[in-house]
Ligand binder design. Structure first.
Ligand code: PMT
Length: 401
C-alpha cells in the first residue's frame, strides 16, 4: 500500500550538506504516492541545484520570493494552503532559529508562518551546534507549538566529527512523515462528533439559530481521522465539505441531533459535542408561514433535551468531551458544566466580539477534574490537532485503568 497516496508534501530544503539526501527523499515520497513541491533557501541552492529537485518532483522549484508567483498560478499563500504537510529537511540551526522567532525573511519561513498545515523539521547540523543551549531552546519552543521534530540521528558528520546532528536517512524520514498523517493516538477508536449549529423552526420559513459555522467541529473530525479514529459526524446545517473518510449525518434541529446521536452512540469510545445546540426551541412551531400582524408576537420557548448530558447518563457511556462557549468567567462556567453534564473533559472558548464562532482561528482551554491546559490562539486546524492529542491521551489513560 502506498502510505502517502494523495498527500501533498511541501519539502523545504535549507542550507546544509545533508541537502543532497533530500533528492532521494523526494524520490521516495513520490514512490509512496505523495505529490511533492520543493522550496529551497538561497543557501540550499549553493549545496544542490534546483534542477535536481525539479526533475525528481516533476514540479517547478521555488526559492526566490517571486518564484511562488511564477507560471503555475501558485502564489505563496496558495502554496502554503496547498500543502497537507510542510517538511523542512534538512533544517539547519539557522532555519530552526528563524522559525522559532516567527521570521518571514525568505520564502520558506514565510510559508511556514502562513500555513495551517502540519509542520515537521528534520534537523541537520554539527554535533556542537545541536548541543548548543540556543538550539535546544529553539527546538523546545517549536515542539511546544506543535511542530514535529524528526531526528536527528547520530554518526559520522561531514565535518569529520562523530555525534548527534545527522539528518535522518530518507527512508526513516518517509516513515516519520507517514506517521504524521496518523498520530495513532485514537487508532481503532470509534469516535462520534457533533458540529455546527441547530435550527429551531418557528414556522414554515423561519428558525432560531446561532453563529456556529461548523469549522471547529469539522477540524476536529479531520484531526481525529488523522489520529486513526473511525469518525461519525452528526452535523447541523453548514457550508463545509465532509473530510475524507468521515461518515456524516446531516440534521437540522436539536431534536434531530439528539435522535441521530442516540442512534449512533452505542459502541462509541469517544463522544465530542462541539455543536452549538440550541438550548430552547419555539414551543408551537407553525406549519404555515406566520403572517405579519400589527401587534408584537410573543414567541413561547421550551427547553431542548441536553444531548451531551443524555449521553453521559448512559450506563455504557463513552469518554465524553463537551464544549463551553462563554462570554465571561470562562473557568467557573466551564467547570460547572463539566460537573453538571458528567463530562470527562470540557473545551472552553470565548465567544462574542468576533471570537470563537464563524472565524478561522480560535483559542481553547481544556479542563478536567484535576487539571487544565490552555491552547493559544491558532488556526482551527492546528488547534484541533492539539486538542485531539490531549483528548486521546486522556481517553487512553482512562481505558488503561
Ligand atoms: O462552529 P464554529 O463557527 O467553528 O464555532 C465553534 C464553536 C464556538 C461553536 C465551538 O467551539 C463551541 O463552543 N461549541 C459549543 C457551543 C455551545 O453550545 O456551548 P454551550 O456552552 O452552550 O453548551 C455546553 C455543551 O453542551 C456543548 O458541548 C453543547 O454541545 C452541549 N449541549 C448544549 C445544549 C443542548 N441542548 N445539548 C447539548 O448537548
Amino acid at each position: 500500500m502506498m502510505e502517502l497516496s494523495n498527500k501533498r508534501v511541501l519539502l523545504g530544503v535549507s542550507g546544509s550538506i545533508a541537502a543532497y539526501k533530500s533528492a532521494e527523499l523526494v524520490r521516495l515520497l513520490r514512490k509512496q504516492g505523495a505529490e511533492v513541491r520543493v522550496v529551497m533557501t538561497s543557501t540550499a541552492t549553493e549545496f544542490i541545484q534546483p534542477l535536481t529537485f525539479q526533475a525528481l518532483s516533476g514540479n517547478i522549484v521555488y526559492s526566490a520570493w517571486d518564484d511562488a508567483d511564477r507560471g503555475d498560478g501558485m502564489g505563496h499563500i496558495e502554496l502554503a494552503r496547498w500543502a497537507d504537510v510542510i517538511v523542512v529537511a534538512p533544517a539547519s540551526a539557522d532555519l530552526l532559529a528563524r522559525l522559532r522567532q516567527g521570521m518571514a525573511n525568505d520564502l520558506l519561513t514565510t510559508l511556514c508562518l502562513a500555513s495551517a498545515s502540519t509542520i515537521a523539521v528534520a534537523p541537520a547540523m554539527n554535533r556542537l551546534m545541536w548541543d548548543n543551549a540556543a538550539t535546544k531552546e529553539n527546538l523546545a519552543v517549536l515542539k511546544q507549538r506543535g511542530i514535529h521534530v524528526l531526528g536527528p540521528g547520530a554518526g559520522g558528520q561531514a565535518c569529520g566529527e562523530v555525534g548527534l546532528g545527522r539528518m535522518l536517512e530518507p527512508e526513516q524520514l518517509v516513515q516519520g512523515i507517514s506517521g504524521l498523517f496518523s498520530s495513532g493516538i485514537l487508532s481503532g477508536a470509534k469516535l462520534l462528533l457533533t458540529a455546527g449549529p441547530t435550527r429551531e423552526p418557528i414556522d414554515a420559513m423561519r428558525f432560531l439559530s446561532n453563529r456556529s459555522s461548523g469549522k471547529m467541529g469539522y477540524a476536529l473530525a479531520q484531526a481525529a481521522i488523522e489520529a486513526g479514529a473511525d469518525v461519525t459526524l452528526v452535523s447541523g446545517p453548514v457550508a463545509l465539505a465532509t473530510p475524507d473518510r468521515v461518515k456524516r449525518l446531516d440534521v437540522n434541529s436539536a431534536d434531530e441531533m439528539y435522535e441521530a446521536v442516540m442512534s449512533e452512540v452505542a459502541g462509541s469510545d469517544v463522544f465530542i459535542c462541539a455543536a452549538a445546540v440550541a438550548d430552547y426551541k419555539p414551543a408551537n412551531p407553525s406549519k404555515e408561514k406566520v403572517k405579519r400582524k400589527d401587534n408584537n408576537v410573543d414567541l413561547a420557548l421550551t427547553q431542548n433535551r441536553d444531548i451531551v448530558a443524555s449521553v453521559t447518563a448512559l450506563p455504557d457511556k463513552p469518554f465524553t468531551v463537551g464544549f463551553a462557549a462563554e462570554t465571561s468567567d470562562i473557568e467557573a462556567h466551564a467547570r460547572a458544566k463539566l460537573k453538571r453534564k458528567g463530562l470527562d473533559l470540557i473545551a472552553a472558548n470565548q465567544v462574542g466580539d468576533g471570537q470563537g464562532a464563524e472565524v478561522d482561528e480560535n483559542a481553547m482551554t481544556l479542563y478536567w477534574a484535576d487539571g487544565s491546559q490552555h491552547l493559544e490562539k491558532t488556526s482551527k486546524a492546528k488547534l484541533a490537532r492539539q486538542m485531539v492529542t490531549i483528548i486521546g491521551e486522556h481517553y487512553r489513560a482512562t481505558t488503561r485503568t
